[in-house]
Design a protein around this ligand. Structure first.
Ligand code: PGA
Length: 258
């Protein structure tokens, strides 16, 4: 049985004080039933403080990016070693905003995934099509290309350790969510592709999250789809009450409510 994952991507929001306030609200409101894994992804500057605040909890900590080298002359970059050093467990890789504003390619994403795994960081790989690609019927083609590019050269054992997030670009920060049916269609396609390449066992393990305008009022209907194993939440993860309501939706689904 795959655990439901509710992850909050804070993007470039929150000072240290604001980060601590939010994380303390989440900590106080989340009653872990063992079925839902909660993850928060603060900006780099807050990671050590958030780590300290969450040290006696099951809440996981993710970075929003990293570079693929351990150290060196790479001004402005953060390495997997540094993330391990401050107690990070997960790292978001290949978010569409990084692909768009920082020219990240499938090749770079692939390198980052390999190094993250080397350092026992769990990659949360983001893939997703643009509005133009969806309208011209290229959604599956795009997903397949990004998936293949990101996972190139990885073994089945490696792929088992990765979390995948399907995030249609047209739904990110726009208030326009993919319908549960639209999301489920792509999620089941991703699982099928993993099964074809790495076997049914790996595919049945694969945790596939949906991201793109997830809110308290749509989380439950997305999470109850068979192949949607969790959500990656941006805007609605910045407030304790809305993020807690999304976690609650995960708990309800994990309890068999449909
Ligand atoms: P959003 O962002 O929930 O604000 O649409 C999701 C994401 O980019 O991960």
């Amino acid at each position: 049985m795959r655990k439901i994952v509710i992850a909050g991507n804070w993007k470039m929001h929150k000072t240290k004080e604001e980060a601590l306030e939010l994380v303390n609200q989440i900590k106080a409101g989340f009653k872990d039933n063992g079925e839902v894994k909660v993850i928060v992804a603060p900006p780099f500057t807050s990671l050590p403080y958030v780590r300290e605040a969450l040290k006696d909890t099951t809440i996981g900590i993710a970075a929003q990016n990293m570079f693929y080298e351990k150290e060196g002359a790479y001004t402005g970059e953060i390495s997997p070693l540094m993330l391990k050093d401050v107690g990070v467990h997960y790292v978001i890789i290949g978010h569409s905003e990084r692909r768009k504003y920082f020219c990240e390619t499938d090749e770079g994403v692939n390198k980052k995934i390999k190094t993250a795994l080397e350092y026992s960081l769990t990659p949360i790989l983001c893939i997703g099509e643009s509005l133009e690609e969806r309208k011209s019927g290229k959604t599956f083609e795009k997903i397949e290309t990004q998936l293949e590019g990101a996972l190139r050269g990885l073994s089945s054992t490696d792929v088992k350790k990765i979390i995948i997030a399907y995030e249609p670009i047209w739904a990110i920060g726009t208030g326009e969510t993919a319908t549960p049916e639209q999301a489920e269609e792509v999620h089941s396609f991703i699982r099928k592709k993993i099964a074809q390449k790495y076997g049914n066992d790996v595919a049945s393990y694969a945790i596939i999250l949906y991201g793109g305008s997830v809110k308290p009022n749509n989380a439950f209907s997305l999470l109850r789809e068979d192949n949607i194993d969790g959500v990656l939440v941006g805007g609605a993860s910045l407030k304790g009450d809305s993020f807690l309501q999304i976690i609650e939706a995960g708990i309800r689904v994990s309890g068999g409510e449909s």
